[in-house]
Design a protein around this ligand. Structure first.
Ligand SMILES: [Fe+2]
Length: 218
């Protein structure tokens, strides 16, 4: 037993020496951000684009807008060093939300609740001018300004949608837990409690009046 312990001790010492050797070299990390342009570089950067045809559910007036269905509304790049759904990991991404309108309604993201309401998220804008719509499950909705430098902490219980109310792309970074998940269905069915419309060159918040369910009894 004594010999075995000595051998084990010897192995551990050897392992520690190897670690020390490794730690003396400064590693050049491959993943970098371009803050100003809103760009991610490195391996395993994922990308997605949302075209108008992907958002017809949130723009009921899309058919008469004069825009083609292939119009890009926004694009997202993100780094996922953890697995989707993995507890304890973080994702890091950037969204370019273009300036434009569908009729009199500004370009916006689809918006979602997190599948896990205990998972919060950060947004911070670097260029452009926008509005963050936040909504509780009850439907109560409010709006917060997004301009370069604003840092927004989004409670995991709040649905979030970003609207570009400016004349240039709205670029914002986000950090969210890898197991936050997405509930798009609730937004697709119920929408948000506010819409952001252009009136006389200004953005106005318009409450959405939901039709009440009326039962007819013959
Ligand atoms: Fe989110």
């Amino acid at each position: 037993m004594i010999n075995g312990a000595i051998q084990l001790h010897g192995k551990l010492e050897h392992t520690n020496l190897m670690k020390e050797k490794k730690q003396t070299a400064i590693e050049t990390l491959e993943t970098t951000v371009d803050w100003r342009l809103g760009n991610l570089r490195g391996p395993n950067i994922q990308r997605s684009r949302k075209l108008l045809k992907d958002l017809t559910g949130v723009y009921p007036q899309h058919a008469s807008s004069g825009l083609t269905s292939d119009t890009e509304v926004y694009s997202v790049q993100w780094w996922a060093p953890a697995e989707e759904g993995q507890e304890g990991g973080l994702f890091w991404g950037v969204t370019h939300l273009h300036a434009g309108r569908v009729g009199n309604e500004y370009f916006m993201t689809h918006g979602h609740f997190h599948a896990l309401p205990t998972r919060a998220e950060y947004y911070t804008a670097v260029s452009g001018r926008g509005i963050l719509l936040r909504m509780e499950r009850s439907g109560r909705t409010w709006a917060e300004e997004m301009t370069p430098g604003t840092l927004l902490y989004i409670d995991g219980r709040h649905a979030h949608r970003v609207v570009n109310v400016g004349n240039e792309p709205l670029v914002f970074w986000a950090c969210w837990p890898s197991d936050a998940g997405y509930d798009y269905g609730t937004i697709a069915r119920d929408g948000f409690g506010l819409r952001v419309l252009e009136r006389d060159g200004k953005a106005v918040l318009v409450p959405v009046v939901k039709e009440e369910h009326v039962e007819h009894i013959d």
